[in-house]
Design a protein. Structure first.
Length: 240
């Protein structure tokens, strides 16, 4: 027996070390725990990614987006989707025209009809940008978003610097029409970048808080025979 052998204790220690981990637990238990932790982390990652993909799918399909809006309205957070869509539309309009405006400004200083039309459109974009701000982001606004405090302060600080610099007046928390017209294309683009960051925050919020709950809501809220049941048939089985 090993106990009668002068090297028996050492052999037992070696065998114990081979069978157990550094913490003294059996290696198979330690290995199983590591596999379980890895699987839990992967499941969380996959769930997060799938909810983001689901939200993209919902937004892109008009009928399903309508159901999702109804769900958000019932939970008093419809403004999240409305803001995301308004900013997306605003970015599209800005992207289509900003290059044309820059080229025309570089080539000519004349007040040609085309140049005047672009100026008018630029003014429309500025008004849209501040309508979004006043509707969703200004203090006590009509559809005020619940967003990160740091993001809100950063946007307010930027607007305060620009408005005060142009008008010499203190920023009141809302942008008035005469203040909006003072913004140039570069400053407007800076606002868009801030809006995009808020968009990302709102998208993440909808994906993590709203999307996991929406499937059961849509199934129970759609009346039998409603045309909206066609939208449900488009959803993957795992959502229903």
């Amino acid at each position: 027996m090993d106990s009668d052998h002068p090297n028996g204790s050492a052999s037992n220690r070696e065998r114990s070390s081979a069978e157990n981990g550094d913490d003294g637990k059996p290696k198979d238990v330690v290995s199983h725990r590591r596999v379980s932790l890895a699987k839990e982390n992967l499941d969380r990652k996959n769930n997060k990614e799938s909810n983001a993909e689901r939200l993209r799918y919902i937004i892109e399909d008009v009928q399903i987006r309508h159901l999702f809006r109804e769900f958000l309205r019932s939970n008093f957070c419809e403004e999240n989707l409305s803001f995301w869509l308004d900013v997306e539309d605003f970015k599209r309009k800005f992207g289509v025209t900003s290059s044309a405006v820059a080229v025309a400004s570089a080539k000519s200083t004349s007040r040609a009809p085309g140049h005047a039309a672009m100026d008018k459109h630029h003014e429309s974009l500025i008004n849209t940008a501040f309508n979004i701000y006043n509707k969703y982001l200004a203090p006590s606004s009509q559809c005020e978003l619940n967003i990160d405090h740091g993001l809100r302060n950063e946007l307010a600080k930027y607007l305060e610097d620009v408005v005060t610099g142009h008008t010499g007046k203190a920023f009141s928390g809302r942008v008035e029409p005469e203040q909006a017209t003072a913004f140039n294309a570069t400053q407007l683009q800076a606002m868009i970048r801030l809006y995009e960051r808020i968009q990302t925050h709102v998208f993440r919020l909808m994906a993590t808080d709203s999307v996991p709950k929406v499937s059961s809501f849509t199934i129970h809220m759609i009346p039998p025979g409603s045309s909206d049941t066609n939208s449900l048939s488009k959803l993957p089985n795992s959502w229903q």
